[in-house]
Design a protein around this ligand. Structure first.
Ligand code: SAH
Ligand code: SF4
Length: 367
């Protein structure tokens, strides 16, 4: 029987503001190092990774390939998970699930899981709140509380994968389109992606992962240098500075021209297409002239436009355009030679706009 010496100490980055470093925070190399310091062979770390990410067990106890003393020891030395499920909401006849989780420091975060015929997509949060403060977004309303750790992001994906499994489906796609700005939490977001991408664990394909940014240029430049083939989506929402600055305040710092230059460099460097997100709001950015201006701006670029008809947010004055107007906007882009799709958000009746569920929950708790 394997003897376990001193408790395994998680070294390196300490838990942030009372958030412990959990198993889901550790790369396979970090886990291997930790175990080896305690005299454990490297294959133990791979077994733990298999249990956590391929079998998606819910505790060390269920890792039956490990000796019992090691399981007991792990349970007292490396917390397994940091998120507690607060509530699950269902919409679209059960095809959309929205999970609300509580973190150890009592923050609430949201994850959305969407079942389609050909894919199962999870929408992951990377921050509690967001510092960018887009005028139409529920997440930005209260500012930024804190960054999530890689482990808190990984936990969202593992839980989503388990839920897909219970329906005999496989989680296939991941979008960083939940709460927060991924490039304001670059290191933990990329660490998280490397953890779920690891072949010894979940082996989640980088090409099935999309990072969405409000247009943080240094982040775009950095991502272009990453060896992983993740997809990039840029939340544009307007073709010129005057309009974009009113919607996405970070545009003052990273204006449209500079943003387009960074996108061009990204495309040249990676050879990959960029998706431009465009939240369509009635009377704000939805008229024909704006559509034509957008087509002109994007013409000749390796890109695609995703129109997201605005999701109503409590207390915000914006509205979704009529369906005919949404179609016309898309048609003008298409006629201008820009590949376009309209992405109706799932789960309208469960406050689909990210950050809304948390906002409502906090409000209810305060009344
Ligand atoms: N912070 C990142 C990723 C999270 S938001 C970003 O801004 O890209 C994911 C997408 O949803 C963004 O394109 C964002 O602008 C959009 N979005 C936010 N609130 C919305 C709403 N109420 N209706 C439609 N789209 C919204
Ligand atoms: Fe932040 Fe994105 Fe919301 Fe803007 S749209 S406030 S960047 S989460």
């Amino acid at each position: 029987m394997t003897e376990v010496s001193d408790p395994i100490q998680v070294r390196g980055r300490p838990g942030k503001r009372g958030v412990p470093t959990t198993l889901y925070d550790l790369s396979l190399t970090e886990l291997t190092d930790l175990l080896q310091r305690d005299g454990q062979p490297a294959y133990r770390a791979r077994q733990i990774y298999q249990g956590a990410y391929q079998h998606q067990v819910e505790s060390y106890d269920q890792m039956t390939t490990l000796p019992a003393p090691l399981r007991a020891h792990l349970a007292t030395s490396i917390p397994f998970d940091a998120l507690t499920l607060e509530q699950v909401y269902e919409a679209d006849d059960g095809e959309t699930l929205k999970m609300l989780y509580r973190t150890p420091d009592d923050q609430l975060i949201e994850t959305v899981l969407m079942f389609y015929e050909d894919r199962v997509t999870v929408c992951v949060s990377c921050q509690v709140g967001c510092a960018v403060g887009c005028s139409f977004c529920a997440t930005g309303i209260g500012g930024l509380q804190r960054n999530l750790t890689a482990g808190e992001m990984t936990a969202q994906v593992v839980d989503a994968a388990r839920r897909a499994k219970t329906r005999d489906r496989k989680l296939s796609n991941l979008v960083m389109m939940g709460m927060g700005e991924p490039f304001h939490n670059y290191a933990e977001t990329l660490k998280f992606i490397r953890i779920i991408n690891d072949q010894h664990g979940m082996g989640f394909g980088a090409r099935r992962i999309t990072i969405s940014t409000s247009g943080i240029i240094p982040g775009i430049n950095k991502l272009a240098e990453e060896p992983m083939q993740v997809n990039l989506a840029v939340s544009l929402h307007a073709p010129n500075d005057a309009l974009r600055s009113t919607l996405v305040p970070i545009n003052h710092r990273f204006p449209v021209k500079d943003l387009m230059r960074a996108c061009d460099q990204y495309i040249a460097k990676t050879g990959r297409r960029i998706s431009f997100e465009y939240a369509l709001m009635k009377g704000i950015n939805s008229d024909d002239d704006t559509a034509r201006e957008l087509a002109l701006l994007l013409r000749g670029r390796l890109c695609h436009v995703n129109i997201i008809p605005f999701n109503p947010v409590d207390m915000l004055p914006f509205e979704r355009p009529a369906e005919a107007d949404i179609d016309r906007f898309a048609q003008i882009l298409s006629d201008g030679g820009i590949p376009v799709s309209v992405r109706y958000s799932r789960g309208l009746e469960i406050a689909a706009a990210c950050g809304q569920l948390r906002a409502r929950h906090l409000e209810a708790a305060n009344t």
